[in-house]
Ligand binder design. Sequence first.
Ligand code: GLC
Length: 583
Amino acid sequence: MSTSAAQAHRTDADRMSDPNWWRQAAVYQIYPRSFHDANGDGLGDIKGITAKVPYLKELGIDAVWLSPFYPSALADGGYDVDDYRNVDPKLGTLEDFDEMAAALHEAGIKIVVDIVPNHSSDRHEWFKEALASPRGSAARERYIFRDGRGENGELPPSDWDSVFGGPIWDRITEPDGTPGQWYLHIFAKEQPDFNWENPEIREDFLKTLRFWSDRGVDGFRIDVAHGMAKDLSEPLPMKADLEAKAHGTDGFTDGSHPFWDRDEVHEVYAEWRKLFNEYNPPRTAVAEAWVHESRRARYASPEGLGQAFNFDLLQSDFDAASFKKIITDNLVAAKESGASSTWVFSNHDVVRHATRYGLPKGGSKAQGTNAAQDVTGGTKGQDGKGWLLAGAPAEELDVELGLRRARAATLLLLALPGSAYLYQGEELGLREVSEIPDAERQDPSFFRNPGVEIGRDGCRVPLPWTAEGPSFGFGAGAAHLPQPDWFADYAVARQDGVEGSTLELYREALRLRSELQTDEELEWVETGNQDVLHFSRPGGWHTVTNFGSNPVELPEGNVVAASGPLEDGKLPSDTTAWVVRSA
Ligand code: GLC
């Protein structure tokens, strides 16, 4: 039996117990509040996910990653966590979670949950205790409190900006009513940063990781994994100093930034890894680390989290040379670190790729220009977050072109060795929703950057399941973010079973991927055309993408999938095909 045939005969049970299941997994990101609303209150919920397990199974993914579903005031879409070991009552209960986990596992789907260790919410019981306790108390030591500068402490300890805009420090009122200390929040002011030098914080997160691992969670996505460790020894550098260094020759590639990507953070991950390895199969983790590529491997090492996102493709134009370089570099880097590579085009933080690729080349129209991120972010080429936030002018968007390229890009991505991270709704070909009225926006980056950022709500609009109904089958009532009329055309029900629909393309590609995938090798095939990329994987699986404007010949073999119709047997512009050649 050939390797790929052997692969095809693997049962769900084999896959579920395989310690390497994550290496080439297709992981589908669910943004729980916008996936499916079972109780009709306008917010997606845990029972909504359980109800859609058959859909996920049919899609053919290996795992789901759930964005935070913990109790939260939603100051930052749930990334402001009140309680790490519970379910938000608006979304369900722990029993609902267990039921969902059982249904997913039954369907052969692994579960990855989001862990947010850099900061809690300001409603976390520890932060409330810190506010109620005096300066210098143990409760204050769990966060980062400092006296202000100036005669009466009226100036913040430093002039740094937060990622969402505005100052990184906020002043509290002391329990006796006097103006008090300042606390650090890299993100929104409702997200106070933890003090990771405090052993109590470390212990508590181990407890959280154990809590979810014991509940059957298979892996973790670590939010802002390059945060946490900090050197805030006095005197603190000024914003201008950080900026100058960030844009200097070496940037912060030596780990010397006061709060991004410091080496000490890996001590934490080494401890986590020991815990992960106590389980069978070991729990997995993937780092969200917007760091310079030379420092990514540290996060992905087997002694650390094991895998790290690379957002390089996501930040690239739809361009052959750029794609080729990124793929090559990342495969080399993955091999060096012992991890497998990760690939992603869309997530809950960025403009959807069907929109990005429909904008004029240069991509800058879709790229955020948040100066605050740039300043606090650190190294050259690593602007802290690198989010693509800014709103794209709708009149410049070519919807058809964007979708065509998005489909081509996705078919290419699904053929790459490593894990593919997909974001809910991309399998429907959804583009960014740009028509959300200001009054209905929710993202703090919109409110903290008036007139500069429109924020990330446009990729978080609840999914359309049916072409009719008050929220296109999302729930029984209106959705928490308004859905545009054009969602009807993209509804699951409209695409289900329809040949050539984006949903059917994803289903078919994911099915073939699990059959064709072998080891993590990729070989480039010279095409003699700079606009055409061609690579092969062991077992005779060839992928060709035409980034140019004229149709090109395909290699000999059986065309098993294509992102769009061929023209007289040729591969047209902005299209990808998979060709299988028998050995
Ligand atoms: C991560 C999340 C983002 C969130 C931020 C702060 O980057 O992906 O959505 O706003 O962390 O927690």
